[in-house]
Design a protein around this ligand. Structure first.
Ligand code: SF4
Length: 438
C-alpha cells in the first residue's frame, strides 16, 4: 500500500492544501458577510486563528468596551454597512489591537485599575466607565498600517456626534470656566482671559467687581487703578483700555445692560466673535460655537474639519451638529482639550474616546504614563473656578495669593510646577482659549 500511495502523495497534498485554503477563505468571507469581521486582511485572519488573539477577543468581549461602537481609522464602523459589527465580540480586531486590549485588560484586573480609579475619582463613575472603555479599545482608530478607505461624510458626521455623546458622559458637568454672576461680569472676565488662564482671571475678578460692580462704576474708574487691579492677567494696559471702552459703550449706548445680540456685542471695544459667543451662550442661552485654541486643535485631530481659520471652523462644525448642541459641545471639547487631549502631550492611553479618534497615538499611549498626564479634576488637581458649579466633581481653585502648596497642587494649576510664574499660559503651555480681546 505504501509503495502504491507514494506516486500520488504530492497530488493528494496539493489537493488537501487547496481544500484547506478554500475552507479558510470561505470562513473569512462568511464572517465578513455577517458583519462580524470588519478587517479581513491577513492580520485579522491570523488573529482569528491564534490562541492569543482569541484570548484578546475574549477579554475584549467581556470588558466595558464591548458596548462601544467601533469605527476603524476611517470611522467606517459607524457607517450603516458596519452596523452589524457592533456586537460585544469584535473578532475584526487586528492582532496589534488584540494585544493592546489584552494588555489593558490584564492591567485592569490589578493595581493599575485601582490607580486609574483613584485618578478618576473626581469625574465619577460615568467617566471611569468611559475611560475603562477607551482603555480596552485603544487602537480602534489608530489603524494597523493597512490602507483605509476615506471616511464618508455620513460616517464622519455619525462619528462626530458619537464623540459628542460620549464626551457628555465623561463631562456631564462641563461648564464655562470663568466665574461670573451676571452678563457684565462674564463679558469683562472673557475680555480679561485673553492671553492668560481662566484661573488667573478668576483670581483677579473678585477684587475688580468689588471695586466696580456695574458698567457705570467701571466707566468712571481711573485707568491707573483699573490697571493695578487687573495687572495679574497680563497685557493690563490694553485690557484696561478695552474695559473702559466697553463699559462706557454699555453705559452710553445700551443703558448699562449687556446686549444679547451678536452684532451689538462685537461692536464693543475688545469684543470679538469668540467673546461674543461665550457671553451669548452662557449668559443669554443663545447657542454658539466657541472656536478657541483647544476647540480648533481637537476638531482637526478628529478630522471634523481641516480648516484653520476660526470662522471657517465654526461654520463647518455648525453644519455637523444641531444648534441646540453648540454651546455644550464647545464646553465639552474645551474640557477634553484641557484635561486629556493636550496640545503637546495628549494622553491617548487614558482617553475615553480613543476608539473614535483618527489621531490616536499622537500622544502617550501607555495607560499608566497617560494617566499621569491628566489635568484638573481628572488628575486630582483643583479646577480653574474659585466658585465652580455644584455638580463639579473636583476641588475649587485657590484664591489669588494662596499658599504655594495650594497653588501647586497638581499639574493643572498655573503657579504650580508647570507654570511657576503664572505667566498667562495654561498648564499645557497655551494661552487661555477664550482670548480674542484686543
Ligand atoms: S487624547 Fe486626543 S489624540 Fe489622543 S486619542 Fe484622545 S482625542 Fe485622540
Amino acid at each position: 500500500m505504501g509503495e502504491q500511495q507514494s506516486p500520488n502523495a504530492p497530488k493528494a497534498a496539493k489537493k488537501n492544501k487547496s481544500e484547506r485554503e478554500g475552507a479558510r477563505s470561505g470562513a473569512v468571507g462568511a464572517r465578513s458577510g455577517s458583519g462580524s469581521l470588519r478587517r479581513s486582511g491577513p492580520s485579522a485572519t491570523s488573529a482569528s486563528r491564534s490562541g492569543s488573539a482569541q484570548s484578546g477577543r475574549g477579554a475584549d468581549a467581556s470588558g466595558p468596551a464591548a458596548s462601544a461602537a467601533l469605527p476603524g481609522p476611517s470611522g467606517s464602523g459607524d457607517s450603516p454597512s458596519a452596523s452589524g459589527s457592533r456586537g460585544p465580540a469584535r473578532p475584526s480586531r487586528t492582532s496589534r489591537t488584540s494585544r493592546s486590549a489584552s494588555d489593558v485588560s490584564t492591567a485592569a484586573t490589578g493595581a493599575p485599575a485601582s490607580g486609574e480609579a483613584e485618578a478618576r475619582r473626581g469625574p465619577g463613575p460615568r467617566a471611569a466607565r468611559s475611560a475603562a472603555s477607551a482603555s480596552n479599545t485603544p487602537g480602534r482608530a489608530g489603524g494597523a498600517g493597512r490602507p483605509q478607505k476615506p471616511e464618508t461624510r455620513l460616517a464622519m458626521v455619525r462619528r462626530a456626534r458619537r464623540i459628542n455623546r460620549e464626551l457628555a458622559e465623561v463631562y456631564p458637568y462641563a461648564h464655562p470656566e470663568l466665574d461670573f454672576r451676571n452678563p457684565f461680569e462674564l463679558l469683562v472676565a472673557t475680555v480679561l482671559s485673553a492671553q492668560t488662564t481662566d484661573l488667573r482671571v478668576n483670581q483677579t475678578t473678585p477684587a475688580l467687581f468689588a471695586a466696580y460692580p456695574t458698567p457705570e462704576d467701571m466707566a468712571a474708574a481711573s485707568p491707573e487703578e483699573l490697571e493695578a487691579i487687573i495687572r495679574p492677567t497680563g497685557f493690563f494696559r490694553a485690557k484696561a483700555k478695552s474695559l473702559l471702552g466697553l463699559s462706557t459703550a454699555l453705559r452710553d449706548r445700551f443703558g448699562s445692560e449687556v446686549p444679547g445680540r451678536l452684532q451689538d456685542l462685537v461692536s464693543l471695544p475688545g469684543v470679538g466673535r469668540k467673546t461674543a459667543f461665550v457671553v451669548l451662550g452662557n449668559a443669554f442661552g443663545v447657542p454658539g460655537i466657541t472656536v478657541d485654541t483647544h476647540f480648533g486643535r481637537l476638531v482637526r485631530r478628529w478630522k471634523w474639519t481641516e480648516q484653520e481659520d476660526p470662522e471657517k471652523v465654526e461654520a463647518e462644525i455648525a453644519a455637523i451638529f444641531p444648534k441646540s448642541e453648540w454651546t455644550m459641545l464647545s464646553h465639552r471639547v474645551i474640557f477634553h482639550g484641557r484635561r486629556i487631549c493636550h496640545s503637546r502631550k495628549p494622553a491617548c492611553g487614558a482617553c475615553p474616546i480613543a476608539h473614535l479618534c483618527p489621531s490616536y497615538g499622537e500622544g502617550e499611549t501607555d495607560p499608566e504614563k497617560a494617566r499621569k498626564l491628566l489635568k484638573y479634576e481628572m488628575g486630582g488637581a483643583p479646577g480653574q473656578r474659585l466658585n465652580p458649579p455644584a455638580d463639579y466633581p473636583g476641588r475649587p481653585a485657590p484664591p489669588l495669593g494662596a499658599s504655594p502648596a495650594a497653588a501647586s497642587d497638581g499639574p493643572g494649576v498655573p503657579g504650580g510646577p508647570e507654570n511657576p510664574a503664572g505667566t498667562g499660559r495654561g498648564p499645557d503651555g497655551e494661552p487661555s482659549p477664550t482670548r480674542d480681546a484686543g
